[in-house]
Design a protein around this ligand. Sequence first.
Ligand code: AMO
Length: 566
Amino acid sequence: MKYTHNNNELTIKDLNKEVYLKGWVAKARNLGSLIFIDLRDRFGITQLVLKEGSAYFELASSLKSEYVIEVKGIVEKRETPNKNIITGEIEILVNYLEILNTSIPLPFTITNETNALEDTRLKYRYLDLRRPIQAKYLLDRVEITNIIRDTLRKNGYYEFETPILGKSTPEGARDFLVPSRLYHKQFYALPQSPQIYKQLYQVAGFEKYFQIARCFRDEDLRADRQLEFTQVDIEASFINEKDIYKLVESIMKNLMKKFLHLDIKTPFRRLKYKDAIKLYGSDKPDTRFDLLISDYKHLLKYLPFKSKSLRGIVFNQANKISRALIDEYTRVIKQNHGNGLIYVKKVNNEYSSSINKYLTEELKQELNLANEEIIFLVADKYESASVSLGALRNRLASDFSLYSNTFNFLWVTDFPLFEYDEEEKRYVACHHPFTAAQDFEVVRKNPAKALARAYDIVLNGYEIGGGSIRIHNSNNQKLMFETLSLTDDDINNRFGFLVEALKYGTPPHGGIAFGLDRIVMLLTNTLNIKDVIAFPKTQSARDLMMDAPSPVDEKQLADLGIKYHE
Ligand code: AMO
């Protein structure tokens, strides 16, 4: 290529060299006898200068933001250096300029700081991605993906592919369906994950599989969820939980070292699901702060509540908790299925509370609050009290910045195998129905008590991955489906091929999948998953740039045998 440098390269060491550069006009300032141009590419910025009398002075004075140009010139020392950029000590005295393309005025300026609305940025995402901070998120994503890929390959894992058009996989979300043109009334489903295919790779004898896989789930979007997202999907044969922990810890250790230059300690802390709920009220606890949840069931005798459980957290900045905040926190509790919030506050050695009538000296003594402490209590079923307090715990941490500046990785283990779905009046799988039980006898006798050989990996309160050791025996798989109340017909129609495959010498196997978008989000310190996805959907599930979803031609619908009722 004729160009000699990127725009982040030239320094004082290059003085007097003739260089050939290209890029976008980030800024052009015409001072009458001098024109300064900031030339930008995705690497950085180089300042260009043209003096009155230059053959290109007039052309330069016609430059506008985001014109694409190429220039030749001599590297000179700047009069007033800019310490903030690598090229800040030099500028290029231009002796040749060509405009490669022009640009109409932009909907927003290409700067890191912007007050453009998110919708505008997403509509013009190709411009938004020119903003250096946005470009950096994507380049960081590439680097993170490469580091993970390299570590897996070094560990003997092979990168495989799996189909996008397949059959519904039960990961718990709604499927995206693709109507078949050749078989009317029949549908492909986009994969919620490559779960079944990666298990079939094991049946086929490919012991160490991985894939950077796109997954599709039609679910409500949140700050850490998209309709289509990317998993680092892993599966291996002849392994157990410890092998997976070791592999994942080495991937994360390597990633933190290479990407953030941080040494993290392995092995990661392991916490059983039931202890995570007991202490943190969450199956993805943020362990960057304490505020642990405790049991106060023994105090129910002082109170008028008829609940099974009384649980609470003590917070030591009581003077900062206003009435309005209490109302807000009550909403947090209720939104998270707690039935209400009780508080007792001790400020300047004076008590105030939501249970004045019951706040006897005896109860005060039992509560044992220090001055400036407030206790938040929820009287409810054990689960609801714990989970709603878990949400309040997170809210307090965010309101009062209680986070330590660390990356806290954590394994959550020993999940229940089933959850009881009150609406459908049947058990559903907590992870997915291919997860092995710790003891299949318990599944047979008392499914509610069965524990799964499943594990999640959590980072700073986000679930960044989950997996399990799988069922490799067709009788156990059948038992699992039966416990989920699937009829023989259901089993045959949906998973017959898998039950059959398990009969042909399937090796013991297991795996895990990371949410790559979430990992990139946390490591680049943005809390919005859209930032790390090149072309994301909005919260209301639209692609604003392409304007999708959108209507299609009648003819296309007719081909598919679809007719909509108006
Ligand atoms: P799971 O459903 O737990 O497991 O998904 C694995 C990880 O994928 C990420 N994730 C998401 N990221 C962004 N947007 C979403 N909508 C979204 N949904 C999930 C999370 C999650 O931990 N097949 C199993 C894995 C296995 O058993 O090996 C699976 O898909 O970080």
